[in-house]
Design a protein around this ligand. Structure first.
Ligand code: 3PY
Ligand code: MG
Length: 248
């Protein structure tokens, strides 16, 4: 995924909030490019990550996870399970980005501990595990506050941060404009994030609750685009079916 984004591809994904390997595999087979196991929100627990990663991989899609916090071991445990990338919520300064991103990589670039008998290193069978991890591990920093927008150029320039990813709910909420996605100041923040990513040679990403705003996001320059979650898609499908059945 890191190489595909670096090559300029636009990749669509979704979030997994049910903790369900079956939902992961099903959404992967639906055709998403990536799936992200969410540990910040939703009903999933760290102990359920592996099943979802295996489900996503069985469907042939990139498996990522979002940590609940920037605590170092939250990130390194996920990498040991073999996720291809990690997203950190609420990265609000260049210093915070640097501190978190260190956990993503082995030295000298980072401080990830070396233990090569885990799934991420193919249980010790990958002779190039360290080099491959450096090449493939994707770091995604969420921009979710005015402070983070003010620091986004520094965040995007941090080695190890490959994507600056807007969390629109948190960003608009912290700006006092909850879900006002056409608000002028919010739009200025969006433009600043995309520009910072481009200037740093990184990708910009965004979460969309539903697909209506995908054309706008692509026109804005986003290339890692999240669309809803297992929960939002199940609820949208269920509600549409019942509305049609009851004709309301
Ligand atoms: C948000 O909208 O705040 C999110 O974190 C979604 O990724
Ligand atoms: Mg958020």
């Amino acid at each position: 995924m890191k190489e595909r984004l670096a090559a300029g591809e636009t990749l669509f994904g979704s979030f997994l909030s049910f903790g369900s390997p079956l939902a992961a595999e099903a959404l992967g087979l639906a055709g998403f490019d990536w799936l992200l196991v969410d540990l910040e929100h939703g009903g999933g627990h760290e102990s359920q990550v592996l099943g979802q990663v295996l489900g996503a991989r069985a469907a042939g899609v990139h498996a990522l996870a979002r940590v609940e916090s920037a605590e170092r071991s939250r990130t390194t445990r996920l990498l040991d399970l073999g996720v291809e990338g990690v997203m950190c919520p609420q990265v609000s300064s260049g210093a915070a980005a640097e501190a978190w991103a260190a956990a993503l990589h082995y030295g000298p670039a980072g401080s990830r501990g070396v233990a090569l008998y885990n799934r991420g290193a193919r249980y010790g069978t990958d002779p190039d595990a360290i080099e491959n991890a450096r090449r493939t591990t994707l770091g995604v920093a969420q921009i979710e506050s005015p402070e983070a927008v003010e620091e986004v150029e520094r965040i995007a320039s941090v080695d190890g941060i490959d994507v600056v990813f807007i969390g629109p709910s948190d960003l608009t909420f912290s700006m006092g404009r909850f879900r006002e996605f056409d608000d002028v100041e919010y739009r200025e923040a969006v433009e600043r994030v995309v520009t910072a990513a481009r200037d740093a040679g990184k990708a910009a990403g965004i979460f969309l609750g539903s697909p209506e705003r995908v054309p706008e996001a692509i026109a804005d320059g986003f290339r890692m685009i999240g669309i809803g979650s297992d929960a939002t898609m199940m609820m949208a499908g269920a509600r549409a079916a019942l509305a049609a059945a009851r004709d309301d």
